[in-house]
Design a protein around this ligand. Sequence first.
Ligand code: FMN
Length: 140
Amino acid sequence: MLVSLFYVSRAVGPQTTTVTSSILSTARLNNPVHGITGALFQGQGLYLQVLEGERSAVNRLYAQILADKRHTDAEILSMEELAGRRFEKWSMAHVILSDLDPMVLMKHPEFDPYSASAKGAGLMLEDFIASGVRVDKPVV
Ligand SMILES: Cc1cc2nc3c(=O)[nH]c(=O)nc-3n(C[C@H](O)[C@H](O)[C@H](O)COP(=O)(O)O)c2cc1C
């Protein structure tokens, strides 16, 4: 069963390129082995990550990510069954939130995923994706 898990967390310390590169290189090494694809959005001290894959693989990875000291306060925003992957070309796409279309960001001025409903968070994600996610090259 293919699922998508979407969560938010707060970065511990500044979200420097060094931290991000290290997270992404681990993800890009490990995720293909476990059939995981997804996207990592970051900015304003937050991480928003989508993990797609078989339910058990997604749960295992999420448990591992939860234990990571580089972030805290992780909260699942939604978990749903998927008919098809939305990030099938990416072992882990990377999006810096401030790089998104300003119009899209203006649509979500409050930008507080912690108080968003699952539906609200889902709509925000759809908008981010539709705005032409400017991600790194596909690496799967
Ligand atoms: C916000 C965030 C997102 C992460 N995403 C992934 C991921 O998609 N895949 C992954 O393997 N590790 C990810 N990690 C790293 C894991 O927490 C953990 O360090 C890693 O899986 C350990 O892998 P290793 O045992 O091969 O070093 C992430 C960490 C953070 C803080």
